[in-house]
Design a protein around this ligand. Structure first.
Ligand SMILES: [Zn+2]
Length: 450
């Protein structure tokens, strides 16, 4: 190869034409100097085989270029949906999901465009090859673990159908094509390069790098800035008998205070689907299904357009006088309140409990979801830990059962999209008690301003 690029015939040709002929190491030089140049490492000359390889190289280049540009578009336009698709693979740590979802589509777009333009093909082919190795590996890994998730390759929607053997075959075919492309450009590094001056080439690199870093940085900063504060309530009797009880009057003034300070009330669906902007958002979650929740909804939440999430443990619903009935719960759910799992018997989901009685532990997580979904006809994808206590066993089982997130009672913000949180199965909440509102209000204002 080296020899060929310094071929004296080539220099002669460069002198004649005044520019570098990209294929001077092949057809022209061979035509001039005969079969002594025929050796591995070069396009095989003007013969039929050479022409076929040349045509195959360009066909593969255009196919992969178009595929990658097309695949990048929906991900760039909807990075939140793509972040969720990436998160579903459960391969990357949570804090890398957002970054990957923002950066990867741009690498696809740039590599695909370069292939289509036939510019810098060695780098583009290497990038395409590397991405396809990663994609094929991720699909294989997920199928081996039996994950029923969408691949996210051509549609960012995590709700679109799961991957199957065809997905794997498709990725493998693209992988073979990319290896062929890489093989061709490595054998003749200048085969695909359009003639470029060194200066303008550097400029183009710099501009592309700036666009890439700018967009990635903007997206990352924007994603990090979107946040929600989740409040946790329990009951609304106002009789002063329970520490976690808040009167309807206090509840109303707390909601009005937040609204007056510019906070927006969001729903669980907003949080899950990333329809949240800015730093001043609040989601209300009410644990346990106390019967006072019905009145609180009608008197306080509904008139203010607030749709809280109800964390329910089914064992008491319709059975205990202090709990909501299934009819009330159905009505609240239909009115737009979110429904979250809260165990079946409200047992503390500690590691010790799992080790001592794993069947009962599993029932708490699996049966609560099934019962709520069957009785209310809704999909339950969030969980609130009884007494706020998370454990590794609980987090693992929640993930496997199809819950997408879970809430503790540790104070802090929840980032949107959920995948950008350190752990979507340990999301923060502020638990409101009868006397701690001034502290919570102050903490929210301070955190929102940061
Ligand atoms: Zn509870």
């Amino acid at each position: 190869m080296e020899h060929m690029l310094h071929d004296p015939d080539c220099r002669i040709q460069k002198k004649e034409t005044g520019r570098r002929d990209t294929f001077c190491g092949t057809s022209r030089s061979r035509a001039l100097s005969g079969p002594r140049h025929s050796r591995p490492g070069a396009f095989p000359g003007p013969g039929r085989q050479g022409r076929h390889l040349f045509a195959a190289y360009h066909i593969v280049r255009v196919i992969l270029g178009l595929t990658f540009v097309y695949a990048s578009m929906h991900k760039i336009l909807d990075p939140i949906a793509f972040a969720l698709a990436v998160n579903n693979y459960r391969i990357l740590p949570a804090d890398l999901v957002n970054f990957t979802a923002l950066v990867l589509p741009w690498i696809e777009l740039i590599a695909g465009t370069l292939l289509l333009l036939n510019v810098w093909t060695p780098g583009a082919a290497l990038a395409v090859c590397g991405l396809l190795v990663i994609f094929t590996g991720a699909v294989t890994f997920s199928m081996a673990r039996g994950l029923d998730i969408a691949c996210g390759c051509f549609t960012a929607s995590p709700a679109k159908g799961g991957m199957n053997l065809l997905t794997l075959c498709r990725d493998c075919s693209f992988l073979v094509l990319s290896f062929f492309l890489l093989f061709m450009v490595l054998r003749e590094p200048r085969a695909g390069l359009s003639p470029q001056k060194e200066g303008s080439r550097r400029c183009l690199w710099a501009v592309m790098l700036m666009i890439f870093l700018g967009v990635a940085g903007w997206g990352e900063a924007r994603a990090a800035a979107d946040q929600v504060f989740v409040l946790c309530y329990h009951s609304f009797h106002g009789n002063g008998r329970f520490e976690y009880d808040v009167s309807l009057q206090d509840l109303g003034s707390q909601m009005d205070e937040l609204a007056g300070r510019g906070f927006c009330f969001v729903t669980y669906a907003d949080l899950l689907e990333g329809r949240v902007a800015g730093t001043k958002n609040v989601l209300v979650v009410i644990d346990d299904g106390n019967q006072s929740v019905y009145q609180a909804y009608r008197q306080v939440f509904e008139p203010r357009g607030i749709r809280p999430v109800l964390g329910i443990y089914p064992n008491v619903i319709g059975k205990k006088s202090y709990a909501l009935t299934w009819e009330q719960l159905t009505e609240l759910s239909r009115a737009g309140c979110g429904i979250a799992g809260h165990g079946y018997y409200h047992l503390l989901l500690s590691q010790k409990f799992y080790e001592e009685d794993s069947r009962a532990f599993i029932k708490e997580i699996v049966l609560s979801k099934q019962t709520l979904e069957d009785r209310l006809g809704v999909k339950v994808t969030s969980f609130v830990y009884p007494s706020g206590a998370a454990s590794e066993a609980a987090k693992k089982l929640l993930r496997e059962t199809g819950y997408e997130c879970a809430f503790t009672i540790r104070w802090g913000r929840v980032l949107v999209p959920l995948g950008s949180n350190p752990d979507p199965y340990e999301l923060s909440r502020y638990m409101v008690t009868s006397g701690n509102w001034p502290m919570i209000s102050g903490a929210l204002r301070k955190a929102a301003a940061e």
